[in-house]
Write a protein that binds this ligand. Sequence first.
Ligand SMILES: Cc1ncc(COP(=O)(O)O)c(C=O)c1O
Length: 398
Amino acid sequence: MKDFKSNTARRDFLKMAALSSLPLVVPGTGLLKPKESYAQDDDRSVNFVYDGTTDFLDPERYIKKLLKVNATANIQPDFYGLGGTTQRLEREFAKITGKEKAIYLPSGTMANQLAIRLLNDGRTKAMVPENSHIYRDEADSAQAVHNMRLIALGKDKDYFDLKELKASIAYHKSGEYIDSGLGTVVIENPVRRANGAIVPLDELKAISKYCRNEGYRLHLDGARLHIASAYTGVDIAEYAALFDTVYISLYKYLNAAGGAMLCGDASVIDKVGSYIKILGGTAFQSWTNTAMALHYLNGIDDRWKEVVRSGNTLISELNKSDQVSLTKVKNGSNLYGLKLTNTDFAKLQRSLSSDYNMMLAGPDGNRVIRFAINESLLHRDLDTIINAWETCLKAAKA
Ligand SMILES: Cc1ncc(COP(=O)(O)O)c(C=O)c1O
């Protein structure tokens, strides 16, 4: 494990993604098309940038994909979230998480905040990871909208442990004159701001057991939970069983244009719908998101087993090159830090894109390239991907 330590903030990530797409566009000519005929097909594009495929980058591609999905799956519309493909997806999510119910929401932010609010049931405090989306990226929604106070744990760590949680609870209990009550303890897994680090199962079990004994509720921000599951072998339902509510994103690796699922007991989930409406989040129809997510959910466990296997082989093959160093953080998942030696980066990025339809992000300020393994790796035979890299690295040797 070498040196992929720099925190990838959302803005940096978006910047890198934007950079990575630059060479694809040639003024006046639109997209620069890959030379090889096998690479002309969008379904065969490979990216090392996102957690999922790149269907979302181009509306025409997204529409074509939905038409393909519709040809076999017969997409049914929902109305205000009721019925059709959206309801089918909710049932699937309830099944895979082992929870009584699941509900579609327009965003993960709303799913997280409503989960905590409902679990808190009038109590004002929730303990959250300092590096979490909930604490850093949700515009202080807890304080601004839901009358909750978030207490951050685990600063400068990938995740907090039980010892720190207990110490913080004791500190707040003994030091505050009016005890307004801790409602919920939140965990994010994998941790986006810790380069995809996965919280170890034993730690989750210890925290869950303690919270349940003490009467605290538990929420999991599992935006990318299937990725954790693919790398640890821990079933989604086993993770979910440790929490009262679990949120999973529809647009990370399930490749929808947006949306979220919140899963939990009926006593909580049945209350969510009216809050979505109160907050103005009830959409007339959501099937364009849920149909895509349902498509990619089908068979996801087997595909991601293959993604992990192929990804590991690709990483070890690329690391044989003296131009490449690919490392990941302790307990890491699908994200690596790529460092290049004696290599013209722009040339490498351009030829991977134009000759082979493969997308690579640009470097950050420390010249580290965020390198993501995702399902697009299955779009082509692994040998052709490895050969393409070898050819492009050779051509870009400085
Ligand atoms: C870990 C995590 N939680 C929650 C969210 C929020 O998702 P949304 O953009 O749907 O609000 C994200 C999105 O980036 C995320 O990475």
